[in-house]
Design a protein around this ligand. Structure first.
Ligand SMILES: [Zn+2]
Length: 222
């Protein structure tokens, strides 16, 4: 991104925060954009809690998702608590980033939506010892749950082929369809996979396949 465009984008985020989240502040450290401060968790418009957080805004936001850490030591680093190993919070599965951060998303979309939902769940869990209903599983389980919904099957070979194709730069019509029909993809599920190829980045598809494969291997050796 050219420097002037980058400056304008930075200023836009700074102003949005000032307006909607005055307790959060945008800084630029070693050319990285960081939002730090106290995040107010809201339920039906009412503030019910606060978390000390730091958010890294990547270049290419919103197609690249922000990385967020909780700094107050309230969220434990255990997969059951929806935390990635590197200490970043796991707000949504990589395959569903596009639902939470469509092309038109701003930083407020992210804060009001995925981040608020996530921290609300954490507060609920602290209080009641269980997760709110409708919680998506984390890691490989979340990826599998999404694929079962999206593809209407829990056949792992179909899921793997689907992710392999999504991880390619271009989908070729003459490939065998991922669904296992034996037909060429152009006579089968081309429209469906092309749509998701536009929404899910290559990196997201490849990462999801890695996570799924690692989970499968672990089950084989256990
Ligand atoms: Zn098909």
């Amino acid at each position: 991104m050219p420097e002037t465009q980058r400056d304008a984008k930075f200023e836009e985020i700074r102003q949005l925060l000032q307006q909607h989240y005055p307790t959060l502040h945008l800084t630029c450290e070693s050319r990285q954009w960081l939002i730090k401060g106290s995040f107010p968790v809201r339920a039906n418009g009412v503030e019910i809690d606060h978390y000390l957080i730091a958010i890294l805004i990547p270049q290419g936001f919103p197609r690249n998702a922000p990385l967020v850490k909780e700094l107050g030591g309230r969220i434990q680093e255990h997969p059951d608590w929806h935390v990635y190993q590197e200490g970043f919070l796991c707000l949504f599965s990589p395959l569903e980033r596009w639902k939470h951060l469509p092309e038109t998303a701003t930083i407020i979309t992210y804060l009001d939506g995925a981040l608020n939902d996530y921290l609300f769940s954490q507060t609920y869990h602290e209080k009641h010892g269980k997760w709110p209903l409708g919680e998506r599983g984390h890691g490989a389980r979340g990826i599998r749950e999404y694929l079962i919904e999206e593809l209407g099957t829990d056949d792992l070979s179909v899921m793997r082929r689907f992710l392999e194709y999504l991880g390619k730069k271009k989908i070729r019509g003459q490939w065998r369809c991922y669904c296992g029909s034996g037909k060429q993809i152009r006579f089968c599920h081309l429209a469906k996979i092309s749509d998701l190829h536009n929404k899910i980045t290559l990196a997201e598809a490849r990462y999801a396949l890695q996570v799924l494969d690692r989970a499968m291997q672990r089950k084989l050796v256990e």
